[in-house]
Design a protein around this ligand. Structure first.
Ligand SMILES: Cc1cc2nc3c(=O)[nH]c(=O)nc-3n(C[C@H](O)[C@H](O)[C@H](O)COP(=O)(O)OP(=O)(O)OC[C@H]3O[C@@H](n4cnc5c(N)ncnc54)[C@H](O)[C@@H]3O)c2cc1C
Ligand SMILES: NC(=O)C1=CN([C@@H]2O[C@H](COP(=O)(O)OP(=O)(O)OC[C@H]3O[C@@H](n4cnc5c(N)ncnc54)[C@H](OP(=O)(O)O)[C@@H]3O)[C@@H](O)[C@H]2O)C=CC1
Ligand SMILES: O=C(O)C(=O)Cc1c[nH]c2ccccc12
Length: 412
């Protein structure tokens, strides 16, 4: 086996060059702390560049989605497109001189209590640092559910992360499994390309207009939350949504018992912020169907016993974190790869471990984490660098420790 390169990093190692990793690196840069950003893909923001559909726009108004220290250009619309958001992130990386190391999938990361250092391994290198910032995201891997018979379906089956546009599905009958924001927007896009989507709603779902009374629903909620308790704001949102949409249950979209914001906070489940699918459901162009019992060779059998034919299946069944597959020997994260302590305490673990972007609060959560993490590390950085050691001496000292450990145990 080829020898792994060993690289000591003065500042923190950040895993993942999405919005969270970039925001963390930028905030550190502003405090004069260098960092090393490791990314598995060949570009920044790979979720946005390679795993989202063409028509995607931000759901929250622009002011909530900007990363720290650099605003969107003035000409950006209220809801920037994914292309605009990606070009902003490219400018952001350039502005803060962030140069991630690409094609560096982190395979394992472990804290060594003898040296007090994190050892982060990729296919070709071992990176060593006092600090490790996890920024691999809540949506790192697609969730592919085990639906009975799925393998025998003879048509194409793709996950929403592989869906780009409905152009390939014209005149086709498509089963869209999952009714989150992805499922609803994929169904809308399919309709726009003359396909016939049927969206599976197996449980309940909160659907809210993206804007109510001419104001973004999210902005309205944020303002109201300054004065009113969460449950009251939820009641208000539902009142206005019911006024605008009517009783959604009549169309097969039963609302959960818990309100939309309370549900988002407690489980992470996002309400659907409707950008057009709802009116197509109302007019029958998007069909709402029950939970799937099994997939057949040519279609699906539903829980109510009905059987239907479909040409393709799109699994809009969500995403999961991948942290447990590579972060070893510590218990800050649950087995689902989310921090055990929820927001606002999800950003700091022990022994120099940090997490950015695991708040279940989208991009506003990312920015809030990045600022806190950078401040915490910058305080330590300043202490270390104003100490008796110069940075160079510290580095020599740490390498000394690593070598001692290598001699003793053959590893570190
Ligand atoms: C379709 C879609 C639309 C969305 N729209 C919005 C929205 O409008 N507003 C909003 O607030 N949120 C939205 N979100 C939520 C979204 O996850 C966040 O906005 C944002 O992308 C989170 O940034 P992140 O950096 O934490 O994670 P990601 O964007 O997922 O970035 C994580 C990075 O880590 C890399 N990585 C993962 N594992 C490893 C590894 N082992 N080693 C090295 N690198 C690794 C990935 O390749 C990726 O580049 C959307 C999500 C989806 C799926
Ligand atoms: N423009 C934007 O801003 C967009 C934002 N997003 C965000 O990206 C994140 C991911 O969204 P999304 O991809 O929609 O994932 P979600 O996790 O939000 O939704 C997954 C959906 O799949 C359903 N599901 C899972 N397994 C099955 C199954 N076996 N049978 C039937 N249904 C199933 C879930 O139902 P159940 O509830 O019953 O488990 C749920 O409705 C969210 O935060 C979302 O808000 C996504 C798209 C656009
Ligand atoms: O798109 C998402 O899922 C987000 O995480 C954005 C978001 C953060 N907080 C919210 C509350 C209600 C709806 C969307 C969001």
């Amino acid at each position: 086996m080829e020898q792994l390169k060993c690289v000591f990093q003065d500042g923190p190692i950040i895993v993942g060059a999405g919005p969270s990793g970039l925001a963390a690196a930028a905030c550190l840069h502003q405090s004069g702390v260098p960092s090393l950003l490791l990314e598995r893909c060949d570009c920044i923001a790979s979720l946005w560049q390679h795993r989202t559909y063409d028509r995607l726009k931000l759901h929250l108004p622009r002011q909530f989605c900007q990363l720290p220290f650099l605003n969107f250009p003035n000409y950006f619309p209220k809801y920037p497109s994914k292309h605009q958001f990606v070009s902003y992130m490219e400018d952001y990386a350039r502005h803060f001189s962030i140069q991630p190391k690409f094609m560096q999938t982190v395979l394992s990361a472990r804290f060594d209590s003898v040296t007090g250092l994190w050892k982060v391994q990729t296919l070709d290198s071992i990176y060593v640092s006092r600090w490790l910032i996890v920024a691999t995201g809540e949506n790192a891997e697609p969730v592919i559910p085990e639906i009975h018979g799925l393998r025998r379906f003879k048509g194409p089956v793709i996950h929403a992360s592989e869906y780009r546009s409905g152009s390939e599905f014209a005149e086709k009958k498509v089963l869209v499994v999952g009714c989150g924001n992805s499922g609803m927007e994929v169904s809308l896009d399919l309709c726009c390309h003359r396909a016939s989507p049927s969206v599976v709603v197996r449980n309940s779902v909160h659907i809210l207009p993206r804007e109510m009374l001419g104001v973004s629903t999210f902005s309205m909620a944020m303002v109201l939350l300054k004065w009113l308790p969460l449950k009251v704001v939820d009641k208000f949102l539902l009142l206005v949504a019911n006024f605008a949409m009517g009783n959604t249950a009549k169309l097969g979209l039963r609302r959960p018992k818990t309100g939309p914001l309370e549900l988002k906070n407690s489980t992470g489940k996002s309400p659907v912020l409707d950008v057009g699918a709802f009116s197509l459901i109302k007019s029958g162009l998007i069909e709402v169907v029950e939970g799937v019992k099994e997939i057949t060779k040519i279609g699906a059998r539903f829980c109510d016993g009905q059987e239907r034919e479909f040409d393709s299946i799109i699994l809009a069944t969500g995403y999961k974190s991948n942290v447990p597959t590579w972060l070893k020997g510590e218990d800050f994260f649950t087995k689902d790869g989310m921090p055990k302590t929820p927001f606002p305490c999800s950003w700091k673990g022990e022994n120099g471990l940090y997490a950015v972007g695991f708040t279940r609060r989208g991009l506003p959560g990312t920015s809030s984490d990045a600022v806190k993490v950078a401040k915490d590390i910058a305080d330590q950085w300043k202490k270390i660098n104003s100490n008796k050691y110069s940075a160079k001496e510290l580095k020599l000292d740490i390498f000394g420790k690593i070598r001692e450990n290598l001699d003793r145990e053959g590893t570190f």
